[in-house]
Design a protein around this ligand. Structure first.
Ligand code: NAD
Ligand code: UDP
Ligand code: UDP
Length: 317
């Protein structure tokens, strides 16, 4: 009989996690989505609930979890500055205690485990574009540290469980990702700008708007995560997953105004503390190890994202 893998996705009701659950179900796997619904929403996975191979469990990963699984995607963690700074102590606990519990689970069940790490481990980078061997430039005391240092410590834990206990680990360093199901109020740049443009409100450029980010469409990212999970056991990463197409925040605003035919004006707001000046992934390793690279350009990926926010805004009225 064909063996059906059992896959745990923590943070599975979130933006990226929900697309990951969907794609894993399409491969025929059984998927257990574990989420405390801090930033995730039931509506993100509501369309999957009829599938008998899908299960949702309300649970906080800072608490031990005893289930039997073959693979773990550890996606649980608020990702937008507004959300991760809301309760910074809980953010660090989610990354650190969450990693310990999920690694303990992986050790006991001999499951492979993938960590959703982040380009934030590079902080405000001094080398450009960022390669995986760059150690980063993170302020350990600032308002972003709960997220950045929590994720850095999680990477340390992954490598120590690998060396000390032989756990099969995979670390993905995810760069800015966007698409439908982003939370309309999560304060990230893509969601903020689209919502502002659709409502005809001012578009808020923090600082001079000349800082850069590289934006990856969510379906491309999910392909990269699954590709990484299915590599040979000796592939641990870290591997950068992101779209190397780099834009200034001003260019992003102009692109969104054009695609929404908006009358919104650009206005300036203070730059948040420790805001990275530039960010672009070097994806040589992902290309050579996974044969993966993004295929969806920003203008193309913004189309379905704008449509999603149009419907969200209508529902809010
Ligand atoms: P998201 O906020 O939409 O999803 C995170 C999910 O984790 C939510 O469903 C939330 O309810 C859940 N969660 C938070 N704390 C939890 C806890 N203690 N226990 C259980 N569940 C918890 O964010 P996202 O953009 O989908 O990000 C998913 C993962 O990818 C995160 O780990 C994030 O750090 C990482 N990541 C995302 C990006 C990006 O641009 N979106 C970039 C780099 C890394
Ligand atoms: N853990 C868990 N699920 C499991 C196995 C372990 O949540 O199936 C938790 C466990 O409660 C512990 C953590 O993972 O808090 C780390 O486990 P490990 O075995 O490494 O450490 P120990 O139990 O020896 O402290
Ligand atoms: N940003 C902005 N206006 C907004 C929201 C964000 O100019 O309304 C800027 C922010 O200062 C940062 C960039 O856009 O330079 C990306 O911000 P986001 O919070 O999406 O992600 P991160 O900083 O974590 O990459």
């Amino acid at each position: 009989m064909h063996y059906v893998p059992r896959i745990l996705v923590t943070g599975g009701a979130g933006f990226i996690g929900s697309f990951l659950c969907e794609r894993l179900l399409e491969t025929g796997a059984e998927v257990l989505c574990v989420d405390n619904f801090f930033t995730g929403r039931r509506s993100n996975v509501a369309h999957l609930l009829d599938n008998p191979k899908f299960e949702v469990m309300r649970h906080d990963v800072t608490v031990p979890l005893f289930v039997e699984v073959d693979q773990i995607y550890n996606m649980a963690c608020p990702a937008s500055p507004v959300h991760y700074q809301f309760d910074p102590v809980q953010t660090t606990k989610t990354s650190v205690h969450g990693a310990i519990n999920m690694l303990g689970l992986a050790k006991r069940t001999r499951a492979k485990i993938l960590q959703a790490s982040t380009s934030e481990v590079y902080g405000d980078p001094e080398i450009h574009p960022q390669t995986e061997d760059y150690w980063g430039n993170v302020n350990p005391l600032g308002p972003r540290a709960c997220y950045d240092e929590g994720k850095r410590c999680a990477e340390t834990l992954f490598f120590d469980y690998h060396r000390q206990h032989g756990v099969k680990i995979k670390i993905a360093r995810i760069f800015n990702t966007y698409g439908p199901r982003m939370h309309p109020n999560d304060g990230r740049v893509v969601s903020n700008f689209i919502v502002q443009a659709l409502r005809g409100e001012d578009i808020t450029l923090y600082g001079d708007g000349e800082q850069t980010r590289s934006f990856c469409f969510v379906s491309n990212l999910v392909d990269g995560l699954i590709g990484l999970m299915n590599t040979e056991d000796d592939v641990t990463g870290p591997i950068n997953l992101g779209n190397p197409g780099e834009f200034t925040i001003r260019q992003l605003a102009e692109q969104i105004i054009e695609q929404t035919n908006s009358t919104s004006k650009l206005v300036h707001r203070p730059l948040p503390q420790d805001d990275p000046r530039q960010r672009q992934p070097d994806i040589t390793r992902a290309k050579t190890t996974l044969g993966w690279e993004p295929t969806i350009a920003l203008a193309e990926g913004l189309r379905p994202t704008i449509e999603y926010f149009r419907n969200e805004i209508l529902e809010m009225i």
